[in-house]
Unconditional design. Sequence first.
Length: 284
Amino acid sequence: MATFFGEVVVTPSRAGVDDEEIAEEMPEDEEIRRELEKKREIDVEWTWKPGEAAGSAAEEPFVCSRFILAIGHNAAAFLSSFILDSVCWEVVGVVKLWNEWCRTSNTTTVLPTDSFCLFYRLISDPTVLLCQCSCYVAEDQQFQWLEKVFGCMQKEGLQVTILSTCPVADYKTQESTLTLPSPFLKALKTKEFKEQICCPLLEQPNIVRDLPAAVLSYCQVWQIPAVLYQCYTDVIKLDTVTIEAFKPLLSSKILRSLVKDVSESTKILKKLLTTNETYSNIYI
């Protein structure tokens, strides 16, 4: 527990083990620990070789001008409804991971209730990359995710947009959260991001967590222009109102050229939520 405001408190984690504890381990325990560490490794598989997009050797990073990352089911559903089109986009990669909270699907044909992390490339402009990440990436896996995903991209000329959701109860304000017009958007950006944002900036002392925070911090360190749009909502599951809270972003410079027919998008959104309700009823 912190003893004063601003104190950095290191929370205990099962991911870290002291050297003394390792020395005292039995051979069987050490083998189990190694197996668990191996199982928690993240595997990024590209269906096309990164070097092909850049016109160079396969081990070299490819050129990416725009990287759009949706984290969580509602953010991923927003991209599915308003941006992704099977005619214009193709699946080019998948992340496979395992932890205490999720196990990614082994197929690219996913359901709304699945845990998955898929990469799409715009066919007309292969430098535009999009990622839907509805799986939980644990703290000890986030660095792996960043290194293996961003390690494939050239950082020069890259711009990153992150979409995520967060419980409105986590939003810190002097007024009661019960009176807030939930859901609502807040933005956080790196120093290098100079374009106009589509919503108010996130006020102090609010913070962001997990993979969105890790991606934004990575971009700040590497001086990559990046912006995070976080939707604060009081609904945890897939929800039409929460998904449509991201609609102001459709007018942003990075997304407006990618938007498909909005009327058709509404139909896709309804179909997506109907499918989700059908599979959710299995567990009732």
